[in-house]
Write a protein that binds this ligand. Structure first.
Ligand SMILES: *Cc1c(COP(=O)(O)O)cnc(C)c1O
Length: 487
């Protein structure tokens, strides 16, 4: 540096507080406000329509000068907090959303506080992620050699499984050659018609195309028809295709059906096909001794995708992919790069790193909120919450069967109930009922189509949901439906 090196400016910029004790006062109030919110959640509407004036506040110009933290927090309390989807609320029963817990929230705050990057390097946070992997192996009866990784959600976990299965079928050369490696014998995969949309999307994203996914019909319990699966595989082989993967679903998104995982595993074993299980919410049923028997055969999968943020109640987002073959998993993703060089000592030690197992390099500390959740509640409490949501679904199912105004549209197998209000124009009436329910703030179910019929779909995932919430939903459906008939 020259002798004319510049003097540092009088005050060097920093983003830490000027006055820590003042900051503490505000931060304690923020925490208190959030705990008040969680404690009194039940007194609020599940969801409420968003006033235009609130939407308008989110079109301001790029802020140039600073605002106080308490001003910003005030805006959060007034304009953000009241207008979420509502999945933390006990009356939320739409789609498949977990409720989250105060413990998970605090752990997430600690994770942000240390702000460590879980891409790799020698640090205990990675040991925490590996600890979760050990628990997951134990839970699913996988060997100590299986690998695993936190990802955003099951959509990404399904995608990773398809990538690894593609490596298993075509060898690691596919990474260099792309799909030219399979030009002569195009690969085909199989999943039931009830499989989640992220499966077809995964086949699209890895370059196989959505047409490579064969949709296998389901039986009257909405489970994959295994005889038809074998038939379709045989026909594809005859026509010059190369079947490489079968995706079983443990808890379909529409009705909660679980494919015959043992049967699927046997078919895959005999034909040397990759057996993946999409267990987005259902796989964690293993935590409950009541539900676990329904998942028999999951322990024989080559890979399992699931979410801690659904039935596991870990705050968003916390998806996980478990892969039986660690080496194959790494061969699919690990890449040499000078700036990612590994050492045996110092911060750059600790290889293999999480970035060797997926497409992300920088990664947050999702493992911490999961670790806190498992330690704070134990598998006993988490499992009993899961069993309870299923019991509530069965309770709702039996109420529906006893009410002449209502009609059950699919058998209740886990925690999902699909039904409708009987009406001359049932699709229109039931769509109206669901929208009215949403705007009432009393309950939030969603809709789906079951055999061309629009269904009110209730998925009970939240640990806060009680029988009284189910009763309230039923009464509201009957009231809105009766009003429609009179109109
Ligand atoms: C929720 C769900 C997914 C997608 O999971 P995300 O965490 O939302 O990405 C995939 N499959 C099934 C069966 C699901 O229920």
């Amino acid at each position: 540096m020259s002798s004319a090196a510049k003097k540092p400016p009088e005050t060097e910029p920093t983003l830490d507080p000027d006055d820590w004790s003042d900051f503490r006062v505000t931060s304690h109030r923020m925490l208190d406000d959030m705990l008040d919110y969680l404690e009194h959640l039940r007194e609020r509407p599940v969801w409420q329509p968003i006033p235009q004036a609130v939407r308008d506040q989110f079109h301001s110009a790029l802020p140039e000068s600073p605002q106080t933290l308490s001003e910003i927090h005030h805006q959060f309390m007034q304009t953000i907090l009241p207008y979420t989807v509502g999945n933390a609320h006990p009356g939320f029963m739409g789609w498949v959303h977990g409720g989250g817990t105060p413990v998970g929230m605090l752990a997430d705050m600690l994770a942000s506080g240390i702000n460590t990057n879980l891409g790799g390097r020698d640090q205990i946070p990675i040991a925490v992620e590996r600890q979760i992997l050990e628990w997951v192996r134990e839970l699913f009866g996988f060997p100590d050699t299986a690998s695993g990784l936190f990802v955003t959600g099951t959509s990404m976990a399904n995608l990773i499984s398809v990538w690894v299965a593609r490596t298993a079928a075509l060898g690691p050369e596919v990474r260099e050659q792309g799909m030219a490696a399979a030009e002569k014998t195009p690969l085909t995969a199989y999943a039931s018609t009830g499989a989640h949309g992220s499966i077809a999307q995964a086949l699209d994203l890895v370059g196989l195309g959505t047409a490579s996914l064969r949709k296998v019909p389901v039986n009257d319990r909405f489970e994959m028809d295994l005889a038809q699966l074998e038939d379709m595989i045989a026909k594809d082989i005859e026509s010059g295709f190369r079947p490489f993967m079968v995706i079983g679903t443990a808890g379909t998104v529409d009705v909660g059906a679980i494919d015959d995982l043992e049967g699927l595993s046997s078919i895959c074993q005999s034909k040397a096909l990759w057996f993946h299980v999409d267990g987005a919410f259902g796989a964690l049923g293993r935590l409950s001794s009541e539900i676990a028997p329904c998942l028999k055969g999951i322990e024989r999968a080559d890979s399992i995708a699931f979410d801690f943020h659904k039935w596991g109640q870990v705050p968003y987002d916390a998806g996980f992919i478990l892969i039986r073959d660690d080496a194959l998993h790494r061969q699919t993703f690990a890449s040499p790069a000078a700036y990612l060089h590994r050492e045996t000592r110092g911060v750059a030690a600790g290889s293999y790193w999480p970035c060797d197992y997926g497409p992300d390099l920088s990664r947050g500390f999702r493992a911490l909120k999961t670790w806190f959740t498992f330690k704070a509640y134990g598998t006993e409490q988490l499992g009993s919450v899961i069993a309870h949501t299923c019991r509530l679904a069965h309770y709702l199912g039996s109420c529906i069967e006893n009410l002449p105004e209502l009609e059950l549209l699919a058998p209740v197998s886990l925690n999902i109930v699909c039904f409708r209000y009987r009406s001359a124009d049932a699709n229109k009436a039931n769509r109206y009922i669901v929208t009215e329910l949403h705007e009432s703030g009393l309950a939030v179910p969603s809709t789906t189509i079951i055999r061309d019929m629009l269904a009110i779909r209730v998925a009970i995932v939240n640990h806060r949901t009680r029988q009284s919430d189910i009763d309230q939903l039923l009464q509201a459906v009957l009231r809105i439906g009766a009003g429609l008939e009179k109109a």
